[in-house]
Design a binder for this molecule. Structure first.
Ligand code: GLU
Length: 481
């Protein structure tokens, strides 16, 4: 049976990196085994959930390429995939549990429970629900139901012990005596998390529950619910937390934590995926840069480590550069089309007659780009008719005694060359410098500033070749005497 896994975010915030990593692990597992990846929105906390957060989560998942096979927008055999649209199922499940004796109605008023808890705490002891309502006779229950008294449904935690096996943590045993009879359906008819998550995971035939470590303490209660429902218990894999560089739980203090912020900051989704995959999972070996397909091929749940992972944004920057380097020029061009257009640098010929040329320009600029968008302004000297000059660079390298005369001689050489093939152009520059008794650097710096407008650029002779002889000559002329 191919696996069925799910990502089940509560839309009380945007998709943060921890959630994205959980989604990624589920997605990789499903793709690796030809399984199904389900997206389920756990929006029963109506007050803290919002439509905005839901669309933010969906859009971040889409940006990361974590496509879901069942869920919002795509539907599926277990629709709807929003928990607020599934309330009937939770109420029916709670009723069945009451019927089978696994759960019972609790009419205790919240204020009475609070008072009992406060009294116990004042006496220095922890309080667990005292089962006041477990002893109500069927007649009394019928009467109170008839009177429509507000009531919750509590799960009756049987005595004994239970164990489950976590694929990351191993064998986990827990004694039930520390688990109180927990509420599964509140008096307002809304399920608690334990009920809704189990009802849905059972109905959606989830085979592996891969989720954050913060849910490990919830698992015993959920195992009890599976047992009471007579359902097959899925495998669990609790993924360790993501920490900041100071080894504290990753939070806003450490910088951007939502996936949307990384999208805005122009990181490549490929880099983000690669980076997140290696936070707490290791394929073994030394390879660090992986394409999405390679990750799918290599992913296993037992590669998830038990130790917490540290979020290092410099490492993310490194992955970003590595993935920029791996992108073919035409792909970069397609991704940057809107930005290049907005910068007024777009030419339709980029995809036709100039495709080769612009491809070479992009290849030349790629290694210097920390973010993909860095390529856009760097295209200007190649594409725009007018160069924007950095005044400091002009003062330093062009407005220097003698430079205009040197450039004038260099201009003549350039005009006489058949093309600006890099090696030949460099040789010609060095010959001229020697003949004029100056260091080649004087001509190199002056030429760079005259042609590019800046004192830094990729290798000058490659730049000159791609800018083209006529334009180079024109720009040299402007500073020659
Ligand atoms: N809705 C839960 C959360 O966002 C996840 C529940 C689960 O994965 O079991 O934390």
């Amino acid at each position: 049976m191919p696996p069925r896994v799910r990502f089940a975010p509560s839309p009380t915030g945007y998709l943060h990196v921890g959630g994205a990593r959980t989604a990624l692990f589920n997605w990789l597992y499903a793709r690796r085994h030809g399984g199904t990846f389900i997206l389920r929105i756990e929006d029963t906390d109506v007050e803290r959930s919002s439509a905005d957060m839901i669309s933010g989560i969906l859009s971040s998942m889409t940006w990361l390429g974590l496509t879901w096979d069942e869920g919002p927008g795509v539907g599926g055999p277990h629709a709807p995939y929003f928990q607020t649209e599934r309330l009937d199922k939770y109420r029916a499940a709670a009723a069945r549990l009451v019927e089978s004796g696994a759960a019972y109605y609790c009419y205790c008023r919240p204020e009475d429970l609070a008072a009992k808890r406060a009294a116990a705490e004042a006496a220095g002891s922890a309080w667990m629900y005292d089962r006041t309502c477990v002893v109500l006779s069927p007649e009394e229950v019928a009467a109170r139901e008839g009177a429509r008294e507000p009531r919750a449904v509590r799960f009756f935690v049987p005595a004994g012990g239970t164990t489950f096996t976590d694929l990351v943590r191993g064998h986990i045993a827990f004694a039930r005596e520390h688990i109180e009879d927990f509420v599964i359906l509140r008096s307002d008819g809304y399920p608690t998390y334990h009920l809704s998550v189990v009802v849905d995971d059972v109905e959606m035939e989830i085979t592996q529950v891969v989720r954050g470590d913060d849910h490990i303490s919830n698992t015993p209660k959920q195992v009890l619910l599976y047992e009471a429902m007579g359902a097959t218990i899925p495998d669990f894999a609790h993924v360790p937390l993501i920490l900041g560089p100071d080894k504290k739980r990753l939070s806003k203090r450490h910088g951007a934590t939502s996936v949307g912020e990384y999208e805005t900051q122009d990181y490549l989704p490929e880099a983000m995926i690669n980076f997140l995959a290696l936070l707490g999972w290791s394929p073994g070996g030394n390879q660090e840069v992986f394409s999405r397909e390679e990750l799918v091929e290599r992913f296993t749940l037992d590669g998830i480590s038990g130790g917490n992972a540290v979020f290092n944004s410099e490492k993310l920057d490194w992955f970003n550069q590595q993935h920029i380097m791996r992108l073919p020029a035409d792909d970069i061009l397609r991704r940057l089309t809107p930005a290049i257009t907005a910068a007024g640098l777009w030419r339709d010929s980029f995809f036709t007659t100039d495709a080769d040329w612009i491809g070479k320009v992009i290849e030349l600029l790629k290694p210097r780009a920390r973010k993909l968008g860095d390529i856009v302004p760097a295209l200007a000297p190649f594409v725009a008719d007018i160069v924007v000059y950095d005044e400091a660079a002009v003062t330093k390298h062009l407005k220097v005694a003698g430079v205009a005369a040197h450039l004038s001689a260099w201009l003549q050489v350039v005009e006489g060359l058949p093309s600006l093939e890099p090696a030949a152009t460099e040789a010609a520059l060095r010959v001229l410098a020697a003949a004029r008794g100056i260091k080649p650097g004087v001509l190199i710096h002056a030429t760079r500033v005259a042609v590019v407008g800046q004192s830094v650029s990729p290798g000058l002779f490659e730049v000159l070749d791609l800018v083209g002889r006529d334009r180079v000559a024109e720009r040299l002329r402007a500073y020659a005497s």
